[in-house]
Write a protein that binds this ligand. Structure first.
Ligand code: NCD
Ligand code: ZN
Length: 344
């Protein structure tokens, strides 16, 4: 097969940032994706419905003429979040999910949750109204090895939290381990899981053998190859609870190529090319559309997009040049191997 036409994809986990950075990266998502769940980890974070509405307006104002893109807004859950504000934001249609960052887990997560008892009322309300909770699933305890933080989170935090809040719809975001895949597979349809481009294409050897590659550093960190294999099997299989969330996370190149480099891979421009390459390799092109365009809307209770896109297979694509912004360039993710699929 050298041409593939599918319903237009959505991105169920995207960092657009704000200001000039947002204006620079937004077209790279809008050219391929119809909608995206917009992460709220700005500085300061998007905590209230008023902040989410203002952020949504800034995104729409930054969209180039003639491009269509629907930002699906999220609220950043804090210990002071007001359940009534969350419920109103959901009722108005503005907000499609609430994001849980354990305090200190990743980029701009300092305002996240340390005492889970303090978010109980909000979680109960979300379960009542059917508003999904998107979870960055890593513990932050200093004594837990960074490679174990996702698996420990499932046991110590995620499973108890779900048991204490029956009916809460949860997205396990950017899963990176076979532990997460196994957990997700064993749950009902109130649980979904997103998988990124980089975690499907790379393992930790790609990041660390023969030199350290800062553009492969993201959180949760890349794991060993057996975990990657479990993620590929989940994404390319028939279980509809797995869907694409790129976690495309732009940082200026000099803050990545740095003695203390930032976490995040800027994958938006080539995300669909990479995903098509993977599904092709796995002999699963017939299931690509489910992963990129059908399973996500089904979980969020939204219709799939009626527009279509076509991908074609040809000579290896050229990785796009770094994207200029007012704070330096942003380097585009390069998987380090040929990618033959291109969005028309
Ligand atoms: C994200 C970012 O840069 O905002 N970084 C990352 O490595 N994925 C934050 C996140 O999603 O954890
Ligand atoms: Zn993210």
């Amino acid at each position: 097969m050298s041409t593939l036409t599918i319903a237009r994809p959505d991105d169920w986990h995207l960092h657009l940032r704000d200001g000039a950075m947002m204006r620079a990266v937004l077209p790279h998502s809008a050219q391929h994706f119809a909608r995206a769940i917009i992460m709220p980890n700005l500085v300061p974070p998007v905590v209230t419905s008023a902040q989410a509405m203002a952020y949504r307006d800034r995104i729409l104002a930054a969209l180039p003429e003639g491009m269509a893109f629907e930002p699906l807004m999220t609220l950043y859950l804090t210990e002071d979040t007001d359940p009534d504000d969350v419920a109103a934001a959901h009722a108005s249609g503005l907000v499609k999910a609430v994001k849980l960052y354990p305090a200190g887990a990743t980029t701009n997560s300092a305002s996240g949750v340390a005492d889970f008892g303090k978010i109980r009322a909000t979680l109960d309300r979300m379960a009542d109204i059917g508003l999904p909770l998107c979870v960055h699933g890593e513990v932050t305890d200093a004594d837990i090895d960074i490679f174990d933080r996702e698996a420990v989170f499932i046991d110590r935090v995620l499973d108890p939290l779900r048991r204490a809040t029956p009916g809460l719809r949860v997205v396990m975001e950017h899963i990176t381990t076979s532990d997460a895949v196994d957990y997700a597979r064993a749950q009902g349809d109130d649980l979904g899981a997103t998988i990124t481009v980089q975690h499907l294409m790379l393992d930790r050897n790609h990041m660390l053998v023969g030199g350290i590659r800062p553009h492969y550093y993201c959180l949760p960190i890349l794991k060993r190859g057996s975990h990657r294999a479990a993620l590929v099997a989940a994404a390319t299989g028939t279980d509809t609870r797995f869907f694409l969330g790129t976690d495309s996370a732009p940082h200026a190149t000099d803050t990545k190529e740095n003695a203390c480099g930032c976490a995040g891979c800027f994958t938006a421009p080539i995300a669909l090319s990479c995903i098509a390459e993977l599904f092709d390799e796995a002999g699963a092109l017939d299931r690509l559309e489910a992963f990129t365009s059908l399973n996500g809307p089904a979980f969020y209770g939204l219709p799939p997009n009626t527009e279509q896109i076509t991908l074609t297979k040809g000579a290896p694509i050229i990785i796009p040049d770094p994207v200029p912004t007012d704070s330096g360039t942003v380097t585009v993710f390069d998987p380090g191997r040929p990618v033959h699929w291109q969005v028309q």
